[in-house]
Design a protein around this ligand. Structure first.
Ligand SMILES: C[S@@+](CC[C@H](N)C(=O)[O-])C[C@H]1O[C@@H](n2cnc3c(N)ncnc32)[C@H](O)[C@@H]1O
Length: 233
């Protein structure tokens, strides 16, 4: 993608997630038939964190993956969630405050993480990488801030191989988006962004190129969701 198009994509993504923030969690539960939280739990487990660790959740949105991470690092551990869409972050903060969960949420760009090299014992990104304008750079940033030998975990939708899954994404999801979030365009963007996303093998190679080793992945939900992990070399 050329630079102006990249910048336009970032603008579009910030505005889109800002606009759908209030309905984002509900749409996730409905679209995935309630399975999305289980996938986040599996992503948090794949990070192999221990009590006392510090962890980062990139493109944290409304914070659900960060809330899974904190269960693994308590007591004494710390989790930071970053995102560049303020309305998503303010929902994350509200949820943390209501549930008394001690996760910090900060506004930051996944392409320029404001953290020193090797700051975190684990870094996750759930359904975020598809939306960033420069995935290679985002992966390099996640690897940079991860301690040697510790894990980067990516949970993402992956281009569906079955006709049924494609039809569901292309036709049903945008209609649900209209009904529930009054946001057909945002939920038409979703299947388009999945088509444009590398398949699981390709994403694994991108993670290796970003400086991760022992990269592995697991396909879930009839091959429509991929969980990747790799160790910082
Ligand atoms: C589909 S949501 C995923 C939210 C959350 N991780 C989850 O599991 O539901 C994608 C998020 O990525 C964020 N995002 C996209 N590009 C970003 C960037 N360059 N820097 C920070 N956040 C970004 C969006 O603002 C949005 O909140």
């Amino acid at each position: 993608m050329s630079q102006p198009l990249k910048d336009q994509r970032a603008d579009y993504v910030v505005k889109m997630f800002g606009a759908i923030a209030d309905h984002y969690d509900l749409m996730n539960r409905v679209m995935t038939f309630g399975q999305d939280q289980r996938w986040r739990r599996q992503a948090a487990e794949a990070a192999q964190l221990h009590p006392g660790d510090t962890a980062l959740d990139v493109a944290t949105g409304t914070g659900d993956l960060a809330f899974e991470l904190i269960k693994h690092v308590q007591p004494r551990g710390h989790v930071v969630g970053i995102d560049f869409a303020e309305p998503m972050l303010s929902l994350a903060r509200r949820k943390a405050s209501i549930r008394r969960i001690p996760v910090s949420f900060e506004a930051a760009d996944a392409l320029n993480l404001p953290f020193a090299d090797r700051s975190f014992c684990g870094v996750t990104c759930g359904f975020g990488l598809r939306n960033v304008e420069d995935r290679t750079r985002a992966l390099a940033e996640m690897a940079r801030v991860t301690r040697l030998g510790r894990r980067v975990v990516i949970l993402e939708l992956t281009p569906p191989s079955s006709e049924l899954a494609r039809k569901y994404m292309d036709e049903i999801v945008p209609r649900m988006g209209q009904l529930i979030a009054r946001a057909r365009e945002a939920y038409s963007y979703l299947p388009e962004s999945v088509k444009d996303f590398p398949d699981a093998q390709h994403l694994g190679r991108m993670m290796q190129n970003a400086g991760l080793r022992q990269v592995k992945y697991r396909l879930m939900n009839f091959g429509t969701v991929a969980l990747h992990w790799g160790e910082r070399a």
